[in-house]
Write a protein that binds this ligand. Structure first.
Ligand code: FEO
Length: 163
């Protein structure tokens, strides 16, 4: 059985994952409208992954005797100043999510809720991978500069196919 505090922080995480999914969806739609098919696909896929994260939290809460809350979702931005800015915003968002996951780890240890501590480790690793992946894209963008954007767009399309 989850504590009240744990139930509350896990439900807050459901909301964060839903927002992440919406944010990436907004970025996908924006990129698609800019004619950047590869980048758009990357964001669409990322949005799906975040939805899966949300489902994992909902199922875990319910499995442990809680009742997950399906939250209202804040509207994400519609426009982004550029591709680099969109990926910068992605990295910032992932860092925020990582900090929130760390808070859950911390609470699980404090409460000696080792089942949650064990379960949440998957997200600790997932966040490390996601931050690394977005940082890798930002590094590539820095190398390419504006004129390489077309090549990069094809490159990112291939990256998705290889995963
Ligand atoms: Fe599910 Fe990327 O945070």
């Amino acid at each position: 059985m989850l504590s009240k505090k744990m139930l509350s922080i896990l439900n807050e995480q459901v909301a964060k994952e839903v927002y992440a999914s919406h944010l990436y969806l907004a970025m996908a739609s924006w990129a698609e409208e800019q004619g950047l098919a590869g980048i758009s696909e990357w964001f669409y896929a990322q949005s799906e992954e975040e939805r899966e994260h949300m489902l994992k939290f909902i199922r875990y809460i319910n499995e442990r005797g809680g009742h997950a809350t399906v939250p209202a979702v804040e509207k994400p931005p519609r426009e982004f100043p550029g591709v680099r800015e969109a990926f910068d915003a992605s990295l910032e968002h992932e860092k925020m999510v990582s900090a929130a996951i760390n808070d859950i780890v911390e609470l699980s240890l404090k409460e000696k809720d080792y089942a949650t501590n064990n379960w949440i480790q998957w997200f600790v690793e997932e966040q490390r991978e996601e931050e690394d992946s977005v940082q890798g894209i930002i590094d590539k963008l820095d190398l390419l500069g504006k004129h390489g954007l077309y090549v990069f767009d094809r490159d990112i399309m291939r990256m998705r196919g290889e995963e």
